[in-house]
Design a protein around this ligand. Sequence first.
Ligand code: FES
Length: 145
Amino acid sequence: MSSSLESVDITASESDLIKVTLAKKVQTLRLDKIERHIFICADQTKPLCCSKEKSLEAWDYLKKRLTELKLDQVTEGKPSCTFRTKTNCLRVCTHGPILVVYPDGVWYHSATPEVIERILQEHIFGSQVVQEYAFLTHALPHDFS
Ligand code: FES
């Protein structure tokens, strides 16, 4: 009987190809240099926390400013970068756009372009949580030992 949970058999040559392809992606996207990862609820299937237009305005602003500020790049003197991901829904679904910064685990509400600018300047550059808009700080616990 087949199951949707069955693993896919991969040959050794397919496995090598996958590793090479993904290693190139790691380099292109500088995944190994990520210092912070920003997730924002945008372009939702069901826009509940804010309108789709408002969420896309926030997403576009975040992308633009990360590039303008060179936060999304590794530069001479700055060996790390900030990665960004547009999510369909962060499951909070009220007072959006909702934005979360990892590994700090700081959750923000009302992440309009103006608030995003403050998050970039005060939190990302200054390592100070923008308390006015933060509704939770919960860094994820981890222990890989
Ligand atoms: S729709 Fe934005 S958090 Fe769910």
